[in-house]
Design a binder for this molecule. Structure first.
Ligand code: XLS
Ligand code: MG
Ligand code: MG
Length: 388
């Protein structure tokens, strides 16, 4: 693996909405022409991706007739079977239409909540028809600008009610979906419900079928919250709840940028790849990012290649990190073990008593330098390509 050319075995996926992003922002019109779904599929296959993901309306316009829907879906299916690309994940656009301006599952209007359920069931049908196994819920409009409506507690109950309904629907239809909640702190709402990975992990056990629900952490979203993405990822892995992942990059304190993976925080990207490769995750590696608004179509494909190439280079760096004897020795020195204390760390009344009576050399514990400067400098130099 020295050419860093991806193949489907690398499990890289992109959203139709990511490579298809036309460069619209709140202040400016699109800068690129829309690309059709079959064209995107063929291009991604050429570049070595393994799949595409979609919102219902990335593919089928919200006002399409049944006949139009069937034609669009069959054109996509033809491109999928021609290229072997898969659709591992699907999701619903519950944020674009004005009907959802004050929330979908958390709207204070029962009619909007019911419409959101209907739209999601239809979108789940579409995903299942395309073979999707993971279903993502990003609650883009589930939030508030002002709390004067007094719905903070109700909103969580309404959210729960909808997710419980949809989990039952998936089982009744035999779809077998695993659901992944995608947290985000803000944008487009001022405050979005379930703003961080930790919030979503706390909410899941309150659902009727918690085993069907995990998280879809996104690098940019945790960064927007001022948090560390690798920390969020580790907690999701530890909980056995990493059901999907959205890879991209982001400058802290900015609007939602969806930058190319590794474009900004290369060290964060490195530890992300390390966790994904070593933490037991075997799902799709999804890039939820888009080319800069400045770019033309050629820039979109440069961006696409760049995301995958950076991941593969960092995967190679992880292997180099693990094979580096000086780094391994420093890591070993960082951890201090003591057999007797390890035995005392399992609770029993006797162990508790023994630990309470133990004498520790507190001053010595505070004096030891654990070597983190050296470890971090070696990591930095490895990433800069001057080691080994
Ligand atoms: C927006 C989200 C969105 C979800 C899918 O910030 O990242 O793209 O991943 O609805
Ligand atoms: Mg995002
Ligand atoms: Mg996302």
């Amino acid at each position: 693996m020295t050419d860093f050319n991806p193949t489907p075995a690398d499990r890289f996926t992109f959203g139709l909405w990511t490579v298809g992003n036309v460069g619209r922002d709140p202040f400016g019109e699109p800068t690129r022409q829309p690309l059709s779904a079959p064209y995107i599929v063929r291009k991604l296959a050429e570049l070595g991706a393994s799949g595409i993901n979609l919102h219902d309306n990335d593919l089928v316009p919200i006002d399409a007739t049944a006949a139009e829907r069937d034609r669009i879906v069959s054109d996509l299916k033809a491109a999928l079977s021609e290229t072997g690309l898969k659709v591992p994940m699907a999701t619903t656009n519950l944020f674009g239409d004005p009907a959802f301006k004050d929330g979908a599952f958390t709207s204070a209007d029962r009619r909007v909540r019911a419409y959101a359920l209907q739209k999601t069931m239809r979108s789940m049908d579409l995903g299942a028809e395309l073979g999707a196994q993971t279903y993502v819920f990003w609650g883009g409009r589930e939030g508030t600008e002002v709390d004067a409506g007094g719905k903070l507690m109700d909103a969580l109950a309404w959210f729960r009610e909808s997710l419980n309904f949809l989990a039952e629907y998936s089982e009744a239809q035999g779809y077998g979906y695993r659901f992944a909640l995608e947290p985000k702190p803000n944008e487009p709402r001022a405050d979005i419900f379930l703003p961080t990975v930790g919030s979503a992990l706390g909410f899941i056990p309150t659902l009727d079928k918690p085993e069907l629900f995990g998280v879809n952490p996104e690098f940019a979203h945790e960064t927007m919250a001022g948090l560390s993405f690798p920390h969020a990822l580790a907690q999701a892995l530890d909980a056995g709840k990493l059901y999907h992942v959205d890879l991209n990059d982001q400058k802290m304190g900015r609007f939602d940028q969806d930058l190319r993976f590794g474009a900004e925080n290369i060290k964060g990207a490195f530890f992300t790849v390390m966790l994904l490769e070593e933490g037991g995750y075997s799902g799709p590696l999804h890039f939820d990012a888009h080319a800069l608004r400045t770019e033309d179509e050629a820039g979109v494909w440069t961006f696409t290649r760049g995301c995958m190439r950076t991941y593969l280079i960092l995967k190679d760096k992880v292997a180099q990190f693990r094979a580096d004897s000086e780094i391994t020795a420093a890591l070993e020195a960082y951890r201090v073990e003591d057999g007797e204390l390890a035995a005392l760390s399992k609770f029993s009344p006797e162990n508790a008593e023994a630990l309470k009576n133990r004498t520790f050399d507190r001053a010595a514990l505070g004096v030891r330098g654990p070597g983190l400067e050296a470890l971090d400098q070696m990591t930095t130099e490895l990433l800069m390509g001057v080691r080994g």
